[in-house]
Design a protein around this ligand. Structure first.
Ligand code: GLU
Length: 447
């Protein structure tokens, strides 16, 4: 037993044990600020050192991935799987293929996943993995060879009841298919070992749309709680992957106007708002043909904002759906100066701590990704349920379930985050996510 659990001493120990991992420190600090006062008020968590245990991954796996490129060169990448916490279900979380992947990034994502997956109300633990492999500019055969080699290392660590990876940045339907095929070849098992599969071999309807749709639903619930709605609002969306595209689609269906999207080359600005017809072109070009926004802006009749993020455009609502730390203090100042009223994160940790602080100072509603982007992993869990039952639900059923889950997550945030008539969504999401996992860990005893 000890008396001195403060944010400062907890964080200094964590930083010492995990040097050079700034993203992991950032993610843990945000949670520690919410849960340490709660833990101090609830000695059962403090005496069992639950937060110290929760911030130490169950297992970190790192492996060499060797593959051959189209020119016959031998290429070497590093693969990882961080199995963070399986207290409430098998490890569950995506695989990210990007040159920005390192252990710090995957530990931050795995840690966030612990809370996110707990909030979904479904029985899924938390993991994350991936590789520093850069899929950009690679041929289909190179992607296939990389994915097969990656799975040849990973397969022994995963399984339908052990660890169920999915996609994330750089890993979509194509990559999941190659990896699932290789798993099946190696194990002779047709099992629910990956989610985000194609419909022909066990995938779920609505999975592709789920993260983006869920984010729009969460924003709608947050605005409703405060007497408003998306209808009639001008909206900024960043990114142009699945999350951004389907977030934009649902915003439009809820009556909002989408003014922007973006990719690493810059933003794209639709002066009169995006339309469903234009979005269909973007889906085809970005998802199927892997083109850049700069190449299609003219055809879309939109302005390309070279090298710029969307946050300087005047709007009511912001949906960062690209990547971590994409919206910083200066961007938050622009949003505030333009009277933005709410931000809902589609990506994982896209707003820096300074930006989040600025939102609070300016009374801008803010939904952290672990709550607002949980729709993707929630429908992954529903894909696992359908696979277990060996049947498939309809789009309508799944969308209703998704809406119900997002409203439930919103309700948990309100329950644990409401203070003096205002909702602190960070506090609410962190406490609600923590309690379920912490209680399961306590039940297992010292382990
Ligand atoms: N990568 C997504 C996330 O950040 C989805 C994970 C999954 O479906 O397992 O939650």
């Amino acid at each position: 037993m000890y008396d001195d659990l403060t944010i400062e001493n907890f964080m200094s120990g964590l930083v010492k044990r995990n040097p050079n991992e700034p993203e992991f420190h950032q993610a843990v600090k945000e949670v520690a600020e919410s849960v340490i006062p709660f833990i101090n008020a609830n000695p059962k968590y403090k005496d069992a050192h639950i937060l110290e245990r929760m911030t130490e991954p169950d297992k970190v796996i790192s492996f060499r991935v060797v593959w051959e490129d189209d020119e016959g060169n031998v290429r070497i990448n590093r693969g990882y799987r961080v199995q963070f916490n399986n207290s409430i279900g098998p490890y569950k979380g995506g695989l990210r293929f990007s040159p920005t992947v390192n252990l710090s990034v995957l530990k931050f994502l795995g840690f966030e996943q612990t809370f996110k997956n707990s909030l979904t109300t479904l029985p899924i633990g938390a993991g994350k993995g991936g590789s520093d492999f850069n899929p950009k500019g690679k041929s289909d055969s190179e992607i296939m060879r990389f994915c097969q080699s990656f799975m040849t290392q990973l397969y022994q660590h995963i399984g339908a009841n052990t660890d169920v990876p999915a996609g994330d940045i750089g890993v979509g339907a194509r990559e999941i298919s190659y990896m699932f095929g290789q798993y099946k070849r190696l194990t002779h098992q047709f099992e629910s070992v990956l989610t985000g599969k194609a419909l022909e071999f066990g995938g779920s309807l609505i999975r592709t749309e789920a993260t983006g749709y869920g984010n729009a639903y969460f924003m709608e619930a947050m605005l409703k709680q405060h007497g408003g709605s998306i209808s009639g609002k001008k909206c900024l969306v960043s990114g142009s992957g699945n999350v951004a595209i389907f977030c934009a689609e649902k915003i439009m269906r809820l009556g909002g106007t989408v003014l922007t999207l973006s990719d690493s080359g810059g933003g794209i600005y639709f002066e009169n708002g995006l339309t469903q017809d234009l979005l269909e072109i973007i889906k085809d070009r970005k998802i199927n043909k892997r083109q850049r926004l700069s190449e299609i802006a003219v055809e879309l009749g939109a302005q390309f904002l070279e090298g710029q993020k969307p946050w300087g455009v005047a709007a009511d609502l912001a949906f960062p759906c690209a990547t971590q730390n994409e919206l910083d203090e200066a961007d938050a100042k622009s949003l505030a100066a333009n009277n933005c009223i709410a931000v809902s994160e589609g990506a994982n940790m896209p707003c820096t701590p300074e930006a989040v602080h600025l939102f609070a100072e300016n009374n801008i509603l803010y939904a952290p990704g672990k709550a607002s982007n949980a729709g993707g992993v929630a429908v992954s869990a529903l894909e696992m349920s359908q696979n277990s039952m060996r049947l498939a639900w309809s789009s309508e059923e799944l969308e209703n379930k998704l809406l119900g889950i997002m409203n439930d997550i919103h309700g948990q945030c309100v329950k644990h985050g409401e203070r003096d008539g205002k909702v602190d969504y960070v506090q609410g999401a962190n406490i609600a996510g923590f309690i379920k996992v912490a209680d399961a860990m306590l039940a297992y005893g010292i382990a």
